[in-house]
Ligand binder design. Structure first.
Ligand code: SF4
Length: 337
């Protein structure tokens, strides 16, 4: 069965042998507006609606659980066609802006030592439809969204083509028409993916989960660093920001007594010399059975103060969604069949 949520208007046109081209655009608009029944496609003739219903579904996944944190964060557990599960989170900032944090894989192969998803191993890539539907499911539950970050389960650079197409759908002017400025792809540091994104687009923001700027420690915490070392990563970041004229966000997950000392801060300062970056600090969010502790307030404050004293642009991300295990690094409920 074809799933319409993963198709562009021209693909709807070619799949269904629809006589008039404008019909495919109308159908695409309906899907992007969030409808879930063919009978809601009011301007599509009944005969065509019947044909669509015979050969396709509107969405391929469904919400199985909705969890709401008292801080407003919402986490959806979503069941896919093959009974695998993924998680998607809605984050609301102090200005009320809503951001969808979507997953791109079932599980993750990257094995970052501080991340719940990293303990699951990799099952499979998500399809375009499964990526786009996370956004639509969240809009059904929480109203219109402002931003989307590919920062949930999985490594986006290892499923970049599907992500590209999902962005084409979400930014399509006849559909949801989201601006590229409102989209961020976050990588653990896959260098080839950074060059690919810089050269071939789409024009979106880039975030890199850096964690620390010491090769030995980074390779222990993030095995991706073994084949994507810091010196090459730095070149790729520079290439990306020069080519796209965009500042790159470096995410630093602060872990008690692991990467919060002055030495680590100085290594980061050296690393970012000559780069157009913003530093986003994230206090590590507890994950059961992982051998780490949250940073203390004084560790966080010291980190911020030292960067600010050097005129480095830095923010500390507020804890959000911890009570529902929806905070950064905590996603992970999957059903393995
Ligand atoms: S931090 Fe991201 S890349 Fe690393 S294991 Fe977790 S989901 Fe995968």
């Amino acid at each position: 069965m074809i799933c319409l949520s993963g198709l562009l208007p021209e693909e709807i046109y070619s799949h269904f042998n629809i006589l008039e081209k404008y019909r495919s655009l109308q159908i695409f608009k309906w899907i992007s507006s969030g409808i879930q029944n063919f009978d809601d496609m009011k301007n599509i003739p009944q005969i065509l609606r019947n044909e669509l219903a015979k050969e396709s579904v509107i969405r391929s996944s469904k919400i199985t659980e909705k969890l709401v944190d008292p801080d407003g964060t919402v986490k959806l557990q979503i069941e896919l066609n093959d009974k695998q599960c993924i998680e998607t989170v809605l984050l609301i900032d102090k200005h009320g802006r809503k951001t969808a944090c979507v997953s791109c894989q079932v599980g993750c192969a990257m094995k970052c030592a501080f991340c719940m998803t990293g303990t699951l191993g990799f099952t499979r890539n998500l399809t375009v439809a499964e990526i786009v539907e996370q956004f639509f499911h969240l809009e059904d539950e929480c109203g219109k969204l402002d931003n989307i970050v590919f920062m949930g389960m999985g490594e986006p650079m290892l499923n970049l083509n599907e992500i590209r197409k999902s962005i084409q759908i979400l930014t399509h002017e006849k559909g949801r028409n989201l601006s590229g400025r409102r989209i961020t792809i976050s990588t653990s540091g896959i260098i080839s993916g950074i060059y690919d994104l810089a050269d071939n687009g789409p024009k979106v923001r880039l975030a890199i989960s850096l964690t620390c700027a010491n090769d030995k420690l980074r390779s222990e915490l993030m095995p991706v660093n073994i084949s994507n070392p810091l010196s090459k990563l730095k070149e790729a970041i520079k290439y990306f920001s020069d080519k796209t004229h965009k500042r790159v966000t470096l995410e630093i997950t602060l872990i008690h007594q692991i990467n919060t000392n002055n030495n680590s801060i100085n290594e980061l300062k050296n690393f970012i010399k000559g780069l157009n970056v913003h530093i986003n600090l994230i206090a590590w969010n507890p994950v059961k059975n992982l051998p780490f502790l949250e940073p203390t307030t004084s560790e966080c404050n010291n980190y911020i103060a030292q960067l600010e004293n050097s005129n480095i642009n830095v923010t500390l991300r507020k804890h959000r969604g911890r009570k529902i295990s929806g905070a950064c690094g905590q996603l992970g409920k999957t059903k393995i069949i």
